[in-house]
Ligand binder design. Structure first.
Ligand code: ASP
Length: 465
């Protein structure tokens, strides 16, 4: 049995939904299908989820939102008409949205989640309806009835462990099962959504629960690329990645997957395949536990902006027992999570996502570090980008860092920080945001452009004995 998840652009229009249904029916093992809400039909278009958020916001503000409601319904009308579905399904969707708008607005989080989730819920009903109209046995699955239980954190749900046994029973159902992505229910019966992009999470949970042979994630690109295609023209495609390589790449900005989306599939060792709805015969990218290493130990290069560093200096820091703990405890007490802590003998930097510190919090943190830790210096540096070079085979190869450093040097960008994770799956370079793209292009050339690759073939990377 395979679980197939189709993202927003794959279900954005009647034409796309026809492609989806052809893909589903082409393989009898594709029995459990997760769908997103209709996404963008073209670059300038709006996602249904964004229309629903605007609808909920307006309703919370004014107590009515006719124009916004009509915009949402129009998206489904357009799809239903072009699939020759008749008007019943649209009336059902209209009634559903009206019922959601009638929910108590005293808890805006729950109200918002219910409206957001309607995007996938109604799309799942519509797609099941379309398959049925073609004479195919298909069923819409209600996540509440199926037992997808989640924590009660609006917009940030986490799956509860009992869901897996509940959802395993879906294996016994006949026909093609269409399951809406993006939400589940708290044990008290309240609808709660996952973070944005959360239909990937639903797919991974279902794949783990039914012990699928494969979790197929259909999107609008042929594969995962070694580098962001907006930075480099026609970058190489990645045919295979390990779970930890994918995790490192998503962390540093590869938007193929929500960063935490794969976790349930990884824990259950379900292989994942990224495929293209618009070109389903392309082999796609497989994400698996172990892969055969190719000649090139580097599998991908990612970069992300929006980091800051707290630099702390204190003479004889290395001799002071408990210094690191006290510093991190201040961050904990201020509810700030940190990403990395590169350090020297008398200094330590703590790298964080910058959006966690507003001016007031920044001032408080600096004061606390100065006063409570009696440091010689504390400085905040904003505008940092992190570049990650990822590949499991790097840990047994000599000279990878040297090549990365000389590539960054060629791009004339200064390296602010270097960090090789203890697992050696990735190497990380901190640079100023304005230099990040240049540096990434140069690193790509170093590891992937023909002339360099040929040179590497003649002088293969020495492997550590
Ligand atoms: N529709 C939701 C979003 O736009 C969830 C998803 O598509 O994965 O975030």
């Amino acid at each position: 049995m395979k679980v197939a998840k189709f993202g927003g652009s794959s279900v954005a229009s009647a034409e796309q939904i026809k492609k989806v249904c052809n893909i589903i029916t082409a393989d009898a093992e594709r029995r459990l299908v997760v769908v997103s809400a209709p996404g963008k039909r073209c670059k300038e278009d709006e996602k249904t989820t964004d229309l629903l958020i605007a609808l909920a916001d307006q309703y919370l503000l004014k107590g009515s939102a006719e124009a916004e409601l009509q915009k949402v319904i129009a998206r489904y009308e357009d799809i239903a008409q072009n699939l020759n579905l008749g008007t019943d399904i649209i009336e059902e969707i209209r009634a559903d949205l009206k019922a959601r708008l009638a929910i108590d607005t005293n808890n805006p989080g729950l109200f918002m989640d219910s409206l957001k989730a309607s995007g996938e819920d109604n799309n799942a009903k519509l797609i099941a309806n379309y398959l049925q109209s073609l004479g195919i046995e298909a069923h819409y699955i209600n996540p509440k009835e199926a037992g997808l239980l989640v924590s009660n954190e609006a917009g940030n749900a986490q799956v509860l462990p009992e869901s897996y046994d509940n959802l395993y029973k879906l294996r016994e159902k006949s026909g093609i099962l269409i399951f809406p992505g993006f939400f589940g229910y708290s044990p008290e019966g309240t609808l709660v959504t996952f973070p944005r992009g959360g239909s990937d999470i639903t797919g991974a949970i279902l794949a783990a629960a039914v012990q699928a042979d494969l979790y197929e994630n259909f999107t609008d690109v042929d594969s995962v690329y070694v580098v962001n295609p907006n930075l480099v023209e026609n970058p190489q495609e990645i045919s295979e990645l390990t779970y930890s390589e994918m995790r490192e790449l998503s962390y540093a900005g590869f938007s193929v997957f929500h960063e935490e989306a794969l976790a349930p599939a990884v824990r259950a060792s379900i292989p994942v395949c990224i495929k293209n709805t618009n070109n389903p015969s392309a082999p796609g990218t497989k994400i698996i536990a172990k892969r055969q290493y190719a000649l090139n130990p580097v599998v991908g290069i990612a970069s992300d902006t929006g980091f800051l560093s707290i630099y702390v200096e204190k003479y004889l820091m290395n001799r002071e027992i408990g210094f690191g703990r006290k510093l991190l405890q201040i961050l904990e007490e201020e509810h700030v999570s940190y990403e990395h802590t590169p350090s020297g003998i008398d200094s330590i930097s703590v790298i964080l996502r910058a959006n966690q510190l507003n001016a007031e919090k920044e001032m408080r943190l600096v004061e606390r570090i100065k006063n409570e830790l009696k440091v010689d210096k504390v400085e905040i540096e904003r505008g940092l980008a992190l570049i990650m070079i990822v590949g499991e085979a790097m840990h047994q190869t000599i000279g990878i860092a040297a090549r990365a450093v000389s590539a960054i040097q060629r791009s004339n960008v200064n390296i602010e920080m270097i960090n090789q994770g203890s697992s050696e799956v990735s190497m990380m370079f901190g640079v100023k945001e304005e230099g990040a793209d240049k540096a990434v292009r140069s690193i790509y050339e170093e590891y992937f452009e023909k002339s360099y690759v040929e040179e590497a073939l003649q002088n293969p990377y020495p492997v550590r004995s």
